[in-house]
Design a protein around this ligand. Structure first.
Ligand SMILES: Nc1ncnc2c1ncn2[C@@H]1O[C@H](COP(=O)(O)OP(=O)(O)O)[C@@H](O)[C@H]1O
Ligand SMILES: [Mg+2]
Length: 252
């Protein structure tokens, strides 16, 4: 028997294969900061594989190297040695311009301090992250869709100062997630202590939201925290680092 496939079928199968095969791979990655005479080994020969669509919590005490690892994955900084491959793109030796492109297209950041532009509304803060990817009307539609996904449809015109901490964090999550529309299944969302600056009840609501978007969207999520309770709440793969080394990985 001979089946007829349309181009769209072939495209969809290709997209699925891509998503299944995609992963983040770190090979012997080290980061050493040199401060005058002193060397700080922030990351010490890290080897790690994370599959597309996974949810990871990266745990460890202060100074363990969590933020350094997140910065390397997010293209904010480059390793001293080793290779980082994110969804089939080697990002460990990109030029500053290439890194900036990589961040813009494939990485969504969510920080402890919300990092929203104070003079822009919630809607505008989401739009600005994706504005170069499409026409104005399309960008607005996408921004509205993701603000709705985080439950903020009734706060679109509020400035960050007119939003609670939890609501501001929802805006940053919408801002990060909206890139999924353009990332062809290759979006990496990096969260550094996303509940670190909000009260526990609101923090739990943010964790519920994270769990929901992990289930609903294709992005890969890495959440940095020093709070072991987060892994339990998120039911995530847990990677522990200490002194720049991976100590335990719940997947192994
Ligand atoms: N820009 C920098 N210059 C020099 N040392 C740094 C820099 N950033 C981080 N470090 C050092 O690298 C180590 C890891 O830091 P970091 O990744 O921020 O840890 P964590 O996020 O787990 O608290 C720490 O000892 C820190 O002091
Ligand atoms: Mg940190």
């Amino acid at each position: 028997m001979f089946h007829k496939y349309t181009l769209k079928d072939i495209y969809n199968v290709n997209l699925m294969i891509n998503m299944i095969e995609q992963s983040l791979i770190l090979n012997n990655v080290s980061k050493i900061y040199t401060m005058g005479e002193n060397k700080v080994i922030a990351l010490d020969n890290i080897n790690l594989k994370i599959n597309s669509g996974e949810l990871i919590t990266l745990l460890g005490p202060s100074g363990a190297g969590k933020t350094t690892l997140l910065n390397l994955l997010g293209g904010i900084d480059s390793p001293t040695s080793g290779e980082i491959n994110v969804f089939n793109e080697v990002v460990s030796n990109l030029s500053p311009k290439q890194l900036s492109d990589y961040r813009k297209k494939k990485v969504g950041f969510v920080f402890q301090f919300f990092n929203l532009l104070p003079s822009l509304t919630a809607l505008e803060n989401v739009e600005i992250a994706i504005e170069t990817f499409g026409k104005k009307e399309e960008i607005r539609k996408i921004a509205l869709k993701y603000l709705e996904a985080v439950g903020l449809s009734d706060r679109l015109d509020h400035l960050p100062s007119e939003l609670s901490g939890g609501q501001q964090q929802r805006v940053t999550i919408a801002r990060a997630l909206a890139k999924e529309e353009f990332a062809e299944g290759n979006l990496l969302i990096l969260m550094d202590e996303p509940t670190g600056n909000i009260d526990e009840t609101t923090g739990d609501q943010i964790l519920e939201l994270i769990k929901k978007i992990v289930a609903d969207y294709n992005a890969t999520f890495i959440v940095v925290t020093h709070n072991p309770l987060l892994t339990e709440k998120l039911q995530s793969r847990e990677i522990h680092i200490r002194n720049g080394k991976i100590i335990t990985d719940s997947k192994k």
